[in-house]
Design a protein. Structure first.
Lengths: 112, 113
């Protein structure tokens, strides 16, 4: 089954404790992205990747890191999480520009 | 710059009513793509439709229909004879060349029985 898998689905952590949210897709898609969803703001792009070792900032990259060492994986790293990073996070992949994105199930992160 | 506006924050209707969700977009590109996604209470994002800027044909899929008008930069979504299962957050999104999707703030639709 074609899918984008994120882990964990839920995470509560403390300020400053490094964490990684994993994302994996099995569709051999070139493009992958991370978004955060906040009430009243919709989804905003954090980072995206056009291929292995090629990443770029989205609209809200501060406080986040990403890497794309393999085509299928695109982890999101929070080196020192803060409460303002409490949000619902989505990973997405797509094979090309004019095609819809496939989204993971979402990761609800709470930073206390 | 790209922008998507969903002016309706929340809509409540009674089952079997028709409801239209508005989406207005801004872009400088002549080639772009518009999408609608549904987010049910379970939280996942469900793709509903894609439309490219060269295709202004309206589309109907069962109880769902979409009206794309370039002249007014709008891509509105109508649900006919709404059902409780239609209760969700609906997002309109715009993509120009590249991989960036710009989402509207979303419209919460509540359908009451």
């Amino acid at each position: 089954e074609a899918q984008v898998t994120q882990n964990p689905r839920y995470l509560i952590t403390v300020t400053g404790k490094k964490l990684t949210v994993t994302c994996s897709q099995n569709m051999n898609h070139e493009y992958m992205s991370w978004y955060r969803q906040d009430p009243g703001l919709g989804l905003r792009q954090i980072y995206y990747s056009m291929n292995v070792e090629v990443t770029d900032k989205g609209d809200v990259p501060e406080g986040y890191k990403v890497s794309r060492k393999e085509k299928r994986n695109f982890p999101l790293i929070l080196e020192s999480p803060s409460p303002n990073q409490t949000s619902l996070y989505f990973c997405a992949s797509t094979p090309g520009t004019g095609v819809e994105a496939f989204f993971g199930q979402g990761t609800r992160l709470t930073v206390v | 710059a790209q922008k998507v506006t969903q002016a309706q924050t929340e809509i409540s209707v009674v089952e079997k009513e028709d409801v239209t969700l508005d989406c207005v977009y801004e872009t400088r590109d002549t080639t772009y793509y518009l999408f609608w996604y549904k987010q049910p209470p379970s939280g996942e994002l469900v793709f509903l439709i894609r439309r490219n800027s060269f295709d202004e044909q309206n589309e109907i899929s069962g109880r769902y229909s979409w009206n794309f008008q370039k002249s007014t930069s709008s891509f509105n979504f109508t649900i006919t004879a709404s059902q409780v299962v239609d209760s969700a957050v609906y997002f309109c999104a715009l993509k120009e060349y590249g991989n960036k999707l710009v989402f509207g703030a979303g419209t919460i639709l509540r359908v009451k029985s």
